[in-house]
Design a protein around this ligand. Sequence first.
Ligand SMILES: [Zn+2]
Length: 647
Amino acid sequence: MAAYSAFPVHAAPGAEPKPATAATQAYLEQFSASLPFADREDFELATRGFVAAVPGNRILDAKGNLLRDLNVEAFFSQPVPPTVNPSLWRNAGLVAKSGLFKVSDRVYQIRGVDSANMTIVLGDTGFIVIDSLWIAEAARASIDLAREKLGNRPIMGVVYTHTHVDHYGGIKGILDEQEARARHVPILAPRGFMDTIASENVSALPAWARRGAYQFGFGLPLDAKGFVTTGDGPLYSGSGNTIAVAGTTSLIPPTHEITHTGEAITIDGVRMEFQLTPGTEAPAEMNIFLPDLHTLCLAENAGGTLHNVLPLRGAEVRDAKAWADYLTESLRLYGSRTEYLITQHYWPHWGHDSIVDYVSSQRDAYKYLHDQTVRMMNNGLTGFEIAERLTLPDALAKRWFLRGNYGTTSHNAKAIYQRYLGWYDGNPAHLNPLPPEEANKRYVDAMGGEDAVLNKAKDAFDKGDYRWSSELLSRLVFAAPSNEAARLLLADSLEQLGYQSESGAWRNAYLNGAKELRTGGPAPGIFDAAGNSFRNLPVSYILDLLAVRLNPDKALKAPMKFDLDLVGEDKPQSIEIRNGVLIHENAPAEKRNTRVVTVDRNSFIDAVQGRHVNGGLSGDDARFLERFGSLFEAPRTGFPLAAPRSR
Ligand SMILES: [Zn+2]
């Protein structure tokens, strides 16, 4: 199948990655001049307590395929390449330090092996694991290393700090579900964990996945002109030296969701207190305090760089004020008793005073971003204008852990504005503008045509004014996608912005945009969401998923009403297709539909994927379900982001 693009896909001359221009080098020199590179404390913290590396520094799957290649020390010990922002290079080198590390007598961490950390607490007889990494193969290698160095101990409990897959996806690499159930291994998670995972993975997943590829740098090589870090942690893939999510993700549901701050649970002799922090870095997230070990785990609420109020991949916008308030609460509840601070990305901090200073400064940063965005908003500035002006005060901005290596003050300001005021900036001229392709054809025409715009863009590019050259060229590419000169110069322009970016997420987005403008994007495919991860969801979530895949034209011609009774499940669903929507609710006992389709779950999922159904149904019910299934369409993946989408 051809790649997505409206434009031809081939490696044209001039389509290779370019060096940093003189303008980019000058920009980065000036950018770095005021940063405290002499402050090397993080290098000490990131290596303190090193015990051992994963054997061979490689994560393999069962067939011996290389999933993660952690042999990156030589790469990151080079001097800063001119194509990487020195602040980001510093951060990338720090998170690349991988292996098993000792935090205190009973607390260890696996870091740098997968995107996030695995914390291992020594209980009286076994391990308590906080977060199980993204992929099972990395989790297995990590627990094997811990057993080799700390004793062959069983897993006595697991805590998931929050709902992001890099914190739970590896669970089946360390725990067999049946064995865990038989041994009554407690698996704890914050309130709303399963609901959040189900809902986050239902509606918008295809769009998030595509946008996430840009944010995380999937498809880029680990290279001075490519990927160096996500900004949040390492993700070095073995597949052809290109960053990709490879490996096995899994989930074992929690046995207990923590319901309130202050809830305390003892596992294997280790006392734990929990602080719920919903709406911070994830909709369901929590901090953990181990009073006897004087250890505070701040999950992903206070890591080694500024985080995202709204990640570039897209998400429900987070609450910067709540984030700050919860850190204030953490200090009040646990500050005086804390000697060790751990987080689920980045390195630990030691010593009460230093920890209180660190957490307070983190808190101040989110509070400052929130309060000053709202202040400027109330003076009439829009998100884009606030983003241009908002910088942290020097006392915060010069702390390495508040640099924008992942989140930035710029996109966080826009996110905070969005939380309060939404997409509309209040200017009626922006209320109903022409869509991009239509508007840009007219812009290009008004600016004197394709050649005139290209020439103006070249001038801007030659002056190093890459924000403006990118703006002009993006309009031209949307107006005239077959203009190869425009496309390639836009790629060059985005690439220089990528080289200049302090944020890994920005760098990855710019460089993936450049790459796809040069060589085309992934081939369009049909997202087979009902295939694996959805097969086991509660039926109401499956119906929610189907509702956002309904083809309205087909649905309008086929109104229908029935009860769906999945064999062995307790709640029949009443389903109605009307006015181009799918409505469903638990079927009220007193008012059942005249048609009741009783079917096993797998046959139902086959039907909604357009497959032939058997499952012991009558011919009439089978035809009915097949007709129902024909109303849905899987979303197309691989859609363009830096080029027109309408064709
Ligand atoms: Zn994470």
